[in-house]
Design a protein around this ligand. Structure first.
Ligand SMILES: O=c1[nH]cnc2c(O)cc(-c3ccc(F)cc3)cc12
Ligand SMILES: [Mg+2]
Length: 214
């Protein structure tokens, strides 16, 4: 039996990245996925946009929906202020197992909590499970069909406060048209599109940043 793509990415990280050095893990994955085999990390171009938003917001409590191999969790965690926490949620157990090891290799495990399971099940439990009031910043990077229902669920569960920011990957490719229509049309959001490209390609994609107005 062959290895999976996430397993090959982890092997490359262990072979090439410096243990405890988050940037070298990020750069190793970008090199591998640009030159060896494509994978659905947010990537270097859109990652720079995400970095600028994380640095601007300096979130105390951040949520990521969709961990995959942990590339963006490592990227985000390396920018978080002390006493901040990234909770990252992954539905696929194979991806979650790899992501845990990538996060550990990067040395950011004390800033990241990885939870496994469907976002729809976990979102209603977040406050109680993690003693949270609300999230300062949410990165949506899981499944395009879940962006809108999960956003509405976060609203209903009181996980968004005035000023909470949603950052959504792939709003053009693969695309999340119902989500875009909602955040751009709703008076409860101030939305802005950051044009970019699908990771490691020249195909158009972009990131939508939406401020919840309460
Ligand atoms: O399913 C996805 N979840 C999160 N991020 C993704 C991402 O950045 C890209 C893609 C993707 C884009 C084009 C394609 F031909 C095949 C897959 C999927 C996801
Ligand atoms: Mg993505």
């Amino acid at each position: 039996y062959g290895s999976t793509r996430p397993e090959r990415i982890l092997a490359e990280v262990k072979r090439k990245a410096t243990r405890g050095d988050a940037r070298s893990v990020v750069d190793t994955i970008d090199q591998y996925c640009r030159h060896q085999e494509w994978a659905m990390n947010v990537g270097d171009e859109k990652g720079t946009i995400l970095d600028s938003i994380v640095c601007e917001v300096k979130p105390r409590a951040m949520l990521e929906l969709g961990t995959y191999c942990g590339y963006s969790a490592v990227r985000i965690a390396s920018l978080l202020p002390p006493n901040s926490r990234l909770i990252t949620m992954e539905f696929n157990p194979v991806f979650a197992a790899i992501a845990r090891q990538v996060i550990a290799w990067a040395g950011v495990e004390d800033k990241v909590v990885l939870i496994e399971g469907p976002s729809g099940d976990w979102i209603p439990k977040m406050k109680k499970e993690f003693g949270l009031t609300s999230f300062d910043l949410v990165f949506l990077d899981h499944w395009k069909d879940c962006y809108l229902p999960d956003t509405k669920l976060m609203e209903e569960c009181g996980l968004l406060r005035t000023g909470s920011i949603l950052v959504a990957d792939n709003v053009i490719c693969p695309g999340a048209p119902d989500y875009l229509e909602y955040v751009r049309g709703s008076p409860r959001y101030e939305s802005k599109y950051f044009r970019s490209h699908l990771e490691y390609t020249t195909v158009e994609d972009g990131i939508e940043k939406s401020v919840f107005l309460g």
